[in-house]
Structure formats: C-alpha cells, structure tokens
Write a protein of this length. Structure first.
Length: 337
C-alpha cells in the first residue's frame, strides 16, 4: 500500500525545486509515465481482494490527479519565468550601431561615356563595337600604318604575339565596320584601349570613343559641324573650338581639335602651358588608302573620322588632375559626380 501523505510530500518538494519547464517534464515522466511510480503501483491491483482493490484504485487515481494538477499549476509559473529569462537574454540593444552597407555610385567615366553616346545618338550615329584583343592588321596595317612606320612608335603597344595585340585605339573598328557594311554609314565606337604607359595623365587601360561617317558627299565642314555641336553640348555652348593641322596615317587632311582652356578661360595657365588652348581630340577626312583597303571606291565616297579619350574629357570637365583617381574606386571620390 502507498502512504499518500509521504508520497505527496516527496512529490511537492521535487515539484518546487524544479526550475524550468523541461525539469517539470522529467517529473511528469517519473510519476505518470508508462514506467512511472504511480503506474507501477497499479501492477499490484490484481493480487488484492475485491474491496481493497476499489479503495486502492481510488487512492491511486486521486494521487494521479493531485500530481497532474500540481504539475499544471507549477508549469504556468515556470513558463512565465522562462519567457522572462528569454526576454532578458535575447533582448536587442537598439543603441548599438547598425550594420553599414556601402552603396556604390556610377563611375564618372561611365557617366561621361553615357553623355557622349547620348549626344551622338541624337545626331543619328549608331553604336558599334570591336574586340580589345585585336589583329595588327586592323589596328595598324589597314589604317595605313605600314610595318616599320614611325607613327607606330607613338602607340606603346602590348603584344600578345607578333600579329595579335591589345588594341591601342578604337580606330580598328572603322575597318571592321566597313568590311561588313556598305555606305552610307555613321557610327561611334566606344571602348577600352591599351597602351604601355603610366603617369598622372596615362594609364595602361583607358577609354576612347571613335566617330566615323561615310557617304558620297561628306566634307570637312560636316566634321566641323558635328564636332562643334558635340563640344558645345559636352562642355558648354560658349566653349571656343579650333582645328589645328596635324598628322594621322588614316586621315588626310588631319586635325587636332582644341577647346579654349576652361581653367584660365584662354588667358594662359599651367594646365594649358600658357597657350590658352587644350587639345581634346584627333580628327580628319578618311584617307583614300583606307577606303581602298576595304574595297570602297575613293572616287565615290568621302568621309570623316575622329577619336577622343574619355578620361581626358572627364578630367577637363570636372577639373580632375590625376588620372589614377579613376581606378582607385574610393567612394568619397566617386560620390562627387
Ligand atoms: N586613333 C587616334 C589615337 O588614338 C585618335 C584619332 C585621331 C582617331 C584621328 C581618329 C582620327 O579617328 O581621325 O591616337
């Protein structure tokens, strides 16, 4: 037989020393589980006389209810305590600094490249591209730079093999497009070019935009009109422009195009070396030899070409004095544009 009073006393002391919901669960198993203390008591039931059986069964059932009720009420106390403990241990310190996610910016070179492209697209130019790893033939030969020609020296070439190079300018796109399309044509070719050179105004990789237009009646005045319009839009409508005679193997006549110095307004300063002018691009009328190389009849067609450096234009537009700033990607620099 079971001594109810001492049973309850032991149970209560265990119950009160339980400090968490999971400890309570262990107590439940110990008393009420399949092999629990009260369940085991019932095993003796069949050996008892009939009248004893009834009162024994009744007292076991009462104890079960007692245990059940005890656990339930202790559970409600402990689960509140558990919650309080979790709220303290898992609380968030809202005064801590947040996680910093740096946000990027459009690169000034891309921004200016987009502006240049927009201006020419509005004048009816389409956009063409060519490979950065280029054949000597397209980069030099077909552009009327014969082998051993001194003009090749000015373009500090990266060689892949003797005949394969990194393009030193975007002019080879002229040849590739003419091989593909018959005139009239009017396009620009933006892209990366490579020269083995590095200082405050040169990096081994930089960007150029080539311009090209061919038809039966293109003249130097068309070239002047297109470039003046471009310069007035990319800088300002008041910017003075001048064409100065020059030489490129693939254009004849050739010119270098200057703008009035934007730093001293033409008075002469360190940047323009006292001349009042800044060179911004090369241009000219397509050399008839170049037309012959691609099978265009130079008696029928005329055209103009020009090429500009995007880093140089960006540096002038925003008064940036060191080209290397473009390649550091310091967000404090990039945010200024
Ligand atoms: N390709 C020349 C260079 O990178 C720039 C140039 C000059 C392009 C005159 C032209 C041009 O199309 O007509 O030095």
């Amino acid at each position: 037989m079971i001594d109810s009073d001492s049973f309850k006393k032991t149970f209560l002391s265990e119950l009160n020393s339980a400090s968490s919901v999971s400890e309570l669960q262990q107590i439940r198993v110990k008393y009420l589980g399949k092999k629990g203390l009260l369940t085991l008591q019932l095993k003796d039931l069949p050996t008892l006389a009939a009248e004893e059986r009834r009162s024994f069964g009744k007292s076991i059932n009462e104890l079960k209810e007692y245990v059940e009720a005890g656990i339930t009420s202790r559970e409600s106390v402990l689960s509140k305590a558990d919650l309080r403990k979790r709220l303290v241990s898992e609380s968030i310190d809202v005064t801590l600094p947040g996680k910093y996610t740096p946000v990027g910016r459009e690169h000034p070179i891309n921004k200016v490249l987009r502006e240049i492209t927009d201006i020419f697209v509005r004048m009816g130019f389409s956009i063409e591209e060519g490979p950065e790893v280029e054949l000597d033939y397209y980069n030099f030969e077909a552009l009327n730079f014969p082998r051993e020609h001194p003009a090749r020296d000015m373009q500090d070439t990266f060689f892949v093999t003797e005949d394969v190079i990194l393009r030193t300018h975007t002019s080879p796109v002229q040849i590739r497009v003419m091989e593909k399309i018959k005139p009239p044509l009017r396009f620009i070719a933006p892209g990366k070019v490579y020269r083995c050179d590095a200082d405050v105004s040169h990096t081994p990789m930089f960007h150029q935009v080539e311009g090209f237009m061919v038809d039966t009646d293109i003249s130097f005045s068309d070239l002047k009109g297109v470039l003046e319009t471009f310069i007035h839009r990319i800088f300002s409508p008041e910017t003075p422009v001048r064409f100065r005679p020059s030489f490129f193997p693939f254009t004849e006549p050739s010119a270098e195009v200057d703008i009035g110095c934007i730093f001293c307004k033409g008075k002469g300063c360190q940047v323009c070396k006292g001349t009042g002018w800044l060179e911004i691009l090369g241009a000219g009328m397509v050399n008839p030899h170049v037309f012959e190389m691609v099978g265009y009849d130079p008696e029928t067609y005329t055209g103009f070409a020009f090429g500009m450096g995007v880093e140089r234009i960006t540096m002038l537009k925003y008064s940036i004095d060191d080209i290397r700033l473009f390649f550091e990607n310091d967000i404090r620099f990039l945010r200024q544009f």
